[in-house]
Ligand binder design. Structure first.
Ligand code: GEK
Length: 243
């Protein structure tokens, strides 16, 4: 169903609209994210491993900005405790409709609820793991602290938060080098210069990256006792935070 090749930016577009997670994106999403985010597959499977380690009996697990549920399914496979539930949330109807079908077709046993909602409006409670896998970057930076605070309050002691993000750098040379290496990565995966440049324009006002210090400060300010980067490839990183 979702094995289509991403050709969304392959033709020269007269006007490039802001990127949105609509039906056309949902239909090519697995191909798009695999060829666009270095380390995506490794991050997903390691989050599954973390769920196996950290998820406690009778607790909730959240996949916020779940898209087609890749993180949800990785966690579902590895959770080995009784009484757990995964809550997968996304505010794109196109993603949620497809995600529900994908979850139905998966045979793992842990109950999954797929909800179409803005993560700003989701209540977090009794959580042993919360994942924001490349989602926070799409939220208004002014709203990010409130979301992390809410997540912290809804988590159990000993729980973990995983946040994966595209990063920015103050150091202009590093910033330019990583952007360049990322574009090389995309080219190596078959995207043309035109596709790369049109997609970049579409994302300009939509995906707002921050530097690692800003992320760490926000996480610690919310109350988490520790946080650090556990994965990085160029300007794509994943952090984990402990409550
Ligand atoms: C994965 N985590 O495959 N509320 C809910 N969902 C949102 C919001 C919001 N305010 N803003 C954006 N989204 C997934 C990949 S993709 C990352 C996540 C990417 C959703 C949006 O609809 C999209 O499905 C997802 O966040 C971001 O592990 O495309 O770079």
């Amino acid at each position: 169903m979702s094995n289509q090749k991403d050709l969304l930016y392959s033709d020269l577009l007269g006007k490039i609209s802001d990127f949105s997670f609509d039906e056309s994106v949902a239909s090519v999403f697995p191909d798009m994210i695999k060829r666009s985010v270095p380390g995506y597959g490794a991050i997903i499977s390691m989050i599954g491993m973390m769920a196996g380690r950290y998820v406690k009996r009778d607790s909730n697990c959240y996949d916020l900005g779940c898209s087609l549920g890749a993180t949800t399914l990785a966690m579902r496979k590895q959770i080995n405790q009784q009484g757990c539930r995964i809550i997968a949330v996304d505010n794109s109807d196109a993603m949620v409709d497809r995600c529900k079908k994908i979850v139905e077709d998966d045979s793992s046993q842990v109950p999954v609820e797929v909800i179409c909602r803005d993560i700003q409006d989701v209540e977090i409670n009794n959580a042993s793991i919360v994942v924001l896998n490349f989602t926070l970057q799409f939220i208004d930076p002014e709203k990010r602290q409130g979301i992390i605070n809410k997540i912290y309050k809804g988590m159990l002691p000993g729980g973990i938060l995983v946040i994966s993000e595209k990063l920015s750098y103050q150091d202009k040379d590093i910033q330019n080098l990583f952007i360049d290496m990322h574009h090389e990565f995309k080219k190596a995966h078959g995207y043309s210069d035109l596709e790369i440049s049109q997609k970049r324009t579409a994302l300009e006002e939509v995906l707002i990256p921050e530097d690692i210090e800003t992320h760490k400060k926000r996480i610690l300010k919310a109350g988490f006792s520790s946080c650090d980067v556990w994965f990085q490839c160029f300007n794509f990183a994943s952090l984990l935070a402990l409550k």
